[in-house]
Design a protein around this ligand. Structure first.
Ligand SMILES: [Fe+2]
Ligand SMILES: [Fe+2]
Length: 411
């Protein structure tokens, strides 16, 4: 390998490791291999381990003005190459042979070569007038020496005369090195994508668990199923309006769904009492905040931690008259101040067994009057600044005077 090849390879290696789009990665590999050898054509196959066959990913041929697969959007309709025929390894096909054995094959002229079946190429030549001649077929090996694909180059050309020549045995090393870099980049990319997908699945499963936790609380108290859904959306809107990042607003969206999980620990006689609570019952009811706090404590998850903060502080009031701690103003966590507005607005606009719902106008008045008393004035201001979005969420269910819905609708 000469030094310019070496430099080129190093640069390609960097480009390969940076490329995030797998189809572009395929193209870079074939383009670079062809430019290193002057090959007229190039094909990249990947091994489909499940089906035990070689699948065409890229098909390039300059003379035939052909560029298929990769990012071109042109589908390669050629059938995949089987690695086995009736249980026997398919050594007759050169690409399959290379995939199965991991060896490099360098053929000066297909028409004079022995041991391989090149009828596919000669049929192509007959049909098109092309003349397939020299071929270099190289396995793409991963870090673990697994062959993951095959790179096949066709018709090396002399850079001066442009005549088809054999592949220079010296360039074989460069191509083998390129192919292994490519294989590593490809496996990395595949592993990365699998990792991203696994992370996505875990996150989904986690959110699902969080929602089920909210459902547990809602299950006892049928009225809260839709309440949780609306209240969490209001909270996310308020979070966005307070310039929290989209990721933080998302945490508010999901974390606020757990605001009343502690209600699971409140006796039904109190939780479901169809009348106003007396002072003693009310004291017990208030404990849903600290019960929820206990239930959600000690989690390494940011979302669970936010849920805990909200469970503990959504009944605190700006003027210090709330519970459980009687915190004041900015001593109340912001998430709690946000959810307090969302929670109360939804609660008062919903009919309860022991009282009628406020009209929307009455609810607005209630929030305005509570600005700087019960509620953080900034949060109330954002509520009115974002009223359009709030109303859009409120509307569909405003006529549900008393909500008896499946708890599963929370999700
Ligand atoms: Fe609550
Ligand atoms: Fe609530």
């Amino acid at each position: 390998m000469n030094s310019s090849h070496f430099k080129e390879l190093a640069q390609i290696g960097i480009a390969l490791s940076r490329e995030k789009d797998i189809n572009k990665l395929f193209e870079i590999i074939v383009d670079e291999a062809r430019s290193l050898t002057g090959a007229d054509g190039g094909t990249l196959y990947l091994i489909d381990k499940r089906k035990m066959q070689l699948r065409f990913e890229i098909l390039h041929n300059d003379t035939m003005k052909m560029r298929m697969g990769g990012t071109t959007g042109v589908e390669i309709t050629l059938p995949p190459v089987p690695l086995f025929n009736t249980g026997q390894p398919n050594y007759a096909n050169v690409s399959s042979y290379v995939a199965l054995t991991g060896t490099i094959v360098n053929v000066p002229d297909l028409y004079e070569a022995e041991g391989f079946d090149f009828t596919g190429a000669s049929m192509y030549d007959d049909r098109t007038g092309y003349r397939s001649q020299s071929m270099l077929v190289i396995p793409m090996k991963s870090h673990e020496d697994d062959v993951i694909g095959v790179l096949q180059l066709l018709n090396a050309r002399d850079p001066k005369s442009n005549k088809v020549i054999s592949f220079d045995p010296q360039s074989v090393d460069s191509i083998a090195s390129l192919a292994s870099q490519a294989a590593v980049a490809l496996t990395n990319r595949q592993l990365f994508e699998e990792l991203v997908e696994a992370k996505r699945r875990t996150e989904r499963a986690f959110l699902d668990t969080v929602q089920r936790l909210a459902i547990v609380a809602a299950y006892k108290d049928k009225e809260t199923a839709l309440h949780v859904k609306r209240m969490s959306r209001y909270s996310a809107i308020l979070a966005g309006g307070l310039c929290l990042s989209p990721a933080q607003a998302d945490i508010v969206l999901h974390g606020s769904q757990m605001h009343d999980v502690g209600k699971i620990g409140i006796p039904d006689a109190i939780l479901l009492k169809p009348a106003k609570l007396d002072a003693r019952e009310w004291d017990i009811m208030k404990q849903h905040t600290t019960i929820g706090g206990h239930m959600l404590s000690g989690s390494p998850s940011e979302l669970m931690q936010a849920g805990r903060t909200i469970a503990l502080s959504h009944h605190e009031r700006w003027d210090g008259s709330g519970y459980p701690k009687g915190l004041e103003k900015e001593d109340i966590p912001l998430l709690g101040r946000i959810c307090a507005v969302a929670d109360v607005f939804d609660a008062v606009t919903t009919r309860r067994p022991y009282r009628e719902a406020y009209s929307t106008q009455e609810a607005y008045k209630f929030l305005r009057e509570g600005r700087g008393k019960q509620f953080d004035p900034r949060v109330v201001d954002v509520f009115f600044a974002r009223l359009d979005e709030i109303v859009a969420i409120q509307k569909p269910s405003i006529h549900n005077s008393l909500i008896h819905t499946s708890a599963w609708e929370v999700a």
